[in-house]
Design a protein around this ligand. Structure first.
Ligand code: AHR
Length: 325
């Protein structure tokens, strides 16, 4: 069941192994001289995944001797745009951000380009025809994550006659992980008419929203067989709603989620979740290496995929003792 997705996609001659080997210590841009200042516009603090991602970025910047200016957009695009504009005014060496949503970035990124400040996308992509607006995109293959979740459901119900009623807790509307995980999942599910998505709604990647939306699903639907929560936190919030409705999560409703945080894997080990597809938040070291390279004017791969896996219950139990986040 455990499936390893190893994806080091490197568009060009520079490999991730090379990037990962450029660790910390130096205060100079790779191959150049002078201090580097990184302006990072974070999405928010909506999930355990995001907390781990922020910690990874902050610690890696310190280790790499990069001065970090950090902002939390509280899941609002307007706040991220404001933060990016402030980094442009402060003439930082490099701007990196994880876009709250996919569209609407061209204007501010053109401003960064005009100011000659290179931009790196991390975690989430943007939807723009102009790929010169950023130097690189470091992050997961969200479509594949959704596909893996769908593959698990398809396999679990391979011999069932159906219907199999599925509820989906979607991530933030318009965000790359919500769009892509939905696509990957739907592509698998729609291949067999016995699978019916009976409810699907935005839970904004938070526990509170996951709980609230699941409560409304349970009121409106007479039977839910499977819940696909597009991150652990929404799935964890849904557990409260399911238990409050007198149902047993993991048995009455099978639950598949994405992330692989400690709390998510614990729920899987406890039999409350049934499968977890990993999304790796520990992007800090790779990001700092990229920052050094672009600050030094070196060419970098335009797309770098992260290395990830997926967990069944046995794999979760094995991974938990050393899980960092
Ligand atoms: O962009 C990554 C997603 O955002 C993670 O799956 C989720 O937990 C986070 O909020």
């Amino acid at each position: 069941m455990l499936r390893t997705r190893v994806a080091l996609l490197v568009a060009g001659a520079l490999g991730l192994t090379v990037l990962a080997g450029c660790g910390g210590g130096s205060t100079a841009a790779g191959g150049g001289s002078g201090a580097i200042t990184l302006g990072f516009a974070q999405v928010g603090a909506e999930s355990g995944w995001r907390t781990a991602n922020t910690k990874s970025i902050q610690e890696s910047a310190k280790d790499a001797g990069i001065t970090l200016k950090f902002s939390d957009a509280q899941q609002k695009q307007a706040n991220q745009i404001q933060a990016i504009r402030s980094y442009i005014q402060q003439h930082v060496s490099v701007i990196a951000f994880s876009p709250v949503v996919e569209t609407g970035w061209d204007t501010v990124l053109k401003e960064a380009k005009t100011a000659n400040i290179p931009v790196i996308l991390t975690d989430r992509a943007i939807d723009s025809k102009d790929t010169t607006l950023y130097k690189s995109f470091l992050g997961s293959d969200f479509v594949n994550e959704g596909k893996e979740a769908g593959d698990w459901v398809a396999k679990q119900y391979a011999s069932a006659t159906g219907p199999v009623n599925i509820a989906v807790l979607e991530g933030t509307t318009g965000s790359a992980p919500a769009n892509d995980r939905s696509k990957g999942f739907d592509d698998v599910i729609k291949a067999d008419p016995k699978f019916k998505v009976v409810a699907s709604q935005d839970g904004d990647f938070t526990r509170a929203q996951g709980k609230q939306v699941m409560e409304s699903f349970l009121k409106s639907q007479s039977k839910i067989d499977v819940l696909f929560a597009q991150n652990d936190d929404m799935g964890l919030g849904a557990l409260d709603a399911i238990q409050a409705a007198g149902l047993t999560p993991g048995k009455d409703i099978k639950i598949v989620t994405v992330d692989g945080t400690h709390d998510g894997l614990q729920a899987l080990a406890d039999g409350k979740f049934n499968y977890v597809v990993e999304c790796n938040p520990l992007l800090g070291p790779q990001l700092m290496d990229l920052v050094k390279k672009v600050a030094a004017g070196q060419s970098v791969p335009n797309r770098i995929l992260t290395k990830e896996t997926a967990f069944d219950q046995a794999a979760a139990k094995a991974a938990l003792p050393s899980r960092q986040y």
